[in-house]
Design a protein around this ligand. Sequence first.
Ligand code: 5RP
Length: 293
Amino acid sequence: MADLDNFKVAKNYHLEEPFANQKGFFLKGINSLDWGMKKHMSNIFNKDSGNTVMFAFDHGYFQGSTSGLERLDLLLPKLAPYVDCFMGTRGAIRATLPPEITSAVALRVTSGSSMLQDDLSHEVVAVNIEDAIRMNADCMAVQIFIGSQGQLSSLDNVNRVINDGMKYSIPTMGVCAVGKELERTDKFFKLATRIIAEMGVQMVKTYDCENFEEVVAACPVPIVVAGGKKIPEKEALTLAYSVLQKGAHGVDMGRNIFQSQHPVEMIQAVNKVVHEGFTDKEAYEFYEDLIHR
Ligand code: 5RP
């Protein structure tokens, strides 16, 4: 029987205070989603800055052993303190990312091509929702090939992943593919990112381009920007700064971190831009200071 001695009747309902969580969620386009989705999004994006430093190391899914990613078991723990979200394949994550690391996980769930082919646009959904749940994935990443041979099947892939994600409140990240044959213009990215968002993904990964702020404005969910091929650290920091200024909610950078001579210092400098409002110049000075210590 319940102990009713000194039982205090609840009365502090603070009726004069509006419901504190009624205000908009801190990320665009996510407010109407349920608690589980918001929780995963909050694991990926930092609530104070609204942004994320995602580290992409999924290149092996079509390239095999990639320069800079030969020993994930050694690299990932060193970067972890500066990574909000690791983006990788289930094979690499399970085998090399210690589960004690608290960073979020973006699980690549599509695959099916290799760099030995000319046309990389034909992928399948390779990881089912049960395994994404088992891995406690914070989002599932699906590559979408607008304008390529594989457009239809990649849109089918993303819709199937979104449908499963909605059942279990796991967000989907639509990864906008660019191929050799695809133009990297704002016209293309406005088309592709908007189609991907309209499918119902909770975030889009894409590339910088001319008029990038318009791409961002027309995309109703957060955009994170891929680093692309390796460029000098100073330029990579300028890229990060520029897209953040234009409304991106962070970067999903791979080669410009893991192919840097100083990956740990580079990711710290990227953090300064993404979370602390450093300009590219300030972040590069910070990077130079770190590597010359
Ligand atoms: C492309 C991806 C990769 O993870 C991403 O493009 C790699 O990052 P970076 O371009 O910065 O090396 O999603 O399929």
